[in-house]
Design a protein around this ligand. Structure first.
Ligand code: BGC
Length: 390
């Protein structure tokens, strides 16, 4: 906090974040010189950002984009990662609050575990943005910024329907499918699973899709901490118990890339069949994009977290200015990406939380260049594999 005082009122030169991907977003609306954002006493305003872990690739991108965005507008940023440990995240948030931050942006490890620590934020009237994952059972959450999580799952399910040309009037073609979902502590995980399952259920009911393991409930297919090794072991067991006698596996519906990676490894090592298994994912992690290039994973649902950071910045600035943002934030901010304002879908146990939901995109081998490289999010390395620019 000393730093805040020292720097009060001082012009700081922060290179504007200038990714092609963010054109039209707030990041580029100012030149390289940015005025320090100060409160009435002249102190620089500080944004506390609490991310879950650096061990899952995307959160490194989120943390880095968010930091750049807020710093580009002259805010001081305190960024923490909590090693996927709930107690650690509680401590980190306590530390941020003790550091007199003016705004909290949190991607929760466990959406149920933060209501106690956030009471302090409420007492101090610090606005809290629930970032990407909804925080439950606390009325301190002002807003939620994420992607349309149910839609992510729908895109995965619809991809299966379209790719295999499933047709409810033609039950002659039959396929075997297995599901792998995410962390039950993550409020997003059931949304992803339900989105996919709701699209595929009619085909399961019609006997076109069969699930040899019989595991069709979220709790049965969930993966604690979205952990790759956990997904690998579970899938090896599924293959051993249900596919060792020559049964063909056609589809591995995985909610995200960290789980898809484990499932792909299990198929590589333990699946006796020679057919190409359709494997879904989410995020665009580098290892998974490499697998897509190599034909081992079929698709991923990409969520441009650079844009999620822009939406969070504009929302955060409005909150710091004492405003009560609504749908007009979208048009007023001039974002060049799709976003809907949703006041119905996300109830955190204390009422619905107004949500800004961005739109995810399906990525296959065929559109990596146009959707990920030409947009500036990734470059291709010397072997043709995408590498994130963050
Ligand atoms: C995010 C996903 C991510 C998963 C694991 C979810 O909350 O929305 O993008 O794959 O966490 O990190």
């Amino acid at each position: 906090m000393k730093l805040k005082k020292l720097m009060a009122g001082v012009m700081v030169g922060i290179m504007a974040f200038s990714m092609a991907a963010c054109s039209g977003g707030s990041a580029e609306t100012e030149g390289p010189e940015t005025q320090q954002q100060s409160d009435a006493s002249g102190e620089s305003k500080t944004v506390g950002i609490s991310m879950p872990t650096q061990s899952l690739e995307r959160w490194n991108r989120d943390g880095s984009y968010l930091k750049q965005q807020f710093e580009s507008k002259g805010y001081t940023v305190e960024l923490t990662y909590s090693d996927n440990k709930i107690d650690q995240q509680v401590k980190d948030i306590e530390g941020l609050i003790a550091g007199e931050i003016d705004l909290l942006v949190i991607a929760a490890i466990d959406g149920q575990a933060l209501s106690q620590v956030l009471k302090d934020a409420k007492d101090l009237e610090i606005p809290v943005i629930s970032y990407d994952r909804l925080i439950n059972n606390t009325d301190v959450i002002s807003y939620y910024v994420s992607f349309d999580n149910y839609k992510v799952g729908q895109l995965q399910g619809q991809f299966v329907v379209d790719t295999l040309e499933l047709n409810l009037d033609d039950t002659s073609k039959k396929y075997n499918i297995e599901f792998t979902a995410g962390d039950p502590a993550d409020n997003n995980a059931p949304f992803f699973f339900n989105g996919a399952f709701d699209v595929l259920k009619p085909y399961i009911d019609a006997g076109i899709l069969n699930v040899p393991s019989g595991q069709t409930e979220f709790q049965q297919v969930a993966t604690k901490a979205w952990d790759t090794a956990t997904a690998l072991t579970r899938f090896q067991n599924i293959l051993g118990s249900n596919y060792s006698g020559g049964t063909q596996l056609d589809i591995a519906l995985c909610s995200n890339d960290s789980t898809a990676l484990g499932v792909t490894q299990a198929i590589d090592s333990d699946y006796a069949g020679t057919n190409k298994v359709l494997i879904t994912g989410q995020d665009g992690d580098e290892a998974n994009l490499a697998n897509i290039v190599d034909g081992k994973q079929t698709m991923t649902v990409y969520k441009a977290v650079a844009n999620e950071a822009i939406a969070t910045l504009d929302l955060g600035v409005a909150l710091l200015n004492g405003e009560t943002p609504d749908e007009s934030l979208i048009s007023n901010s001039g974002w060049d990406f799709e976003c809907i304002y949703d006041t119905e879908s996300y109830d955190n146990g204390t009422g619905t939380i107004p949500s800004y939901l961005l739109t995810p995109t399906v990525i296959t081998k065929d559109n990596i260049q146009t959707e990920l490289v030409d947009t500036g999010y990734y470059t291709l390395d010397e072997n043709g594999y995408p590498k994130g620019v963050q």
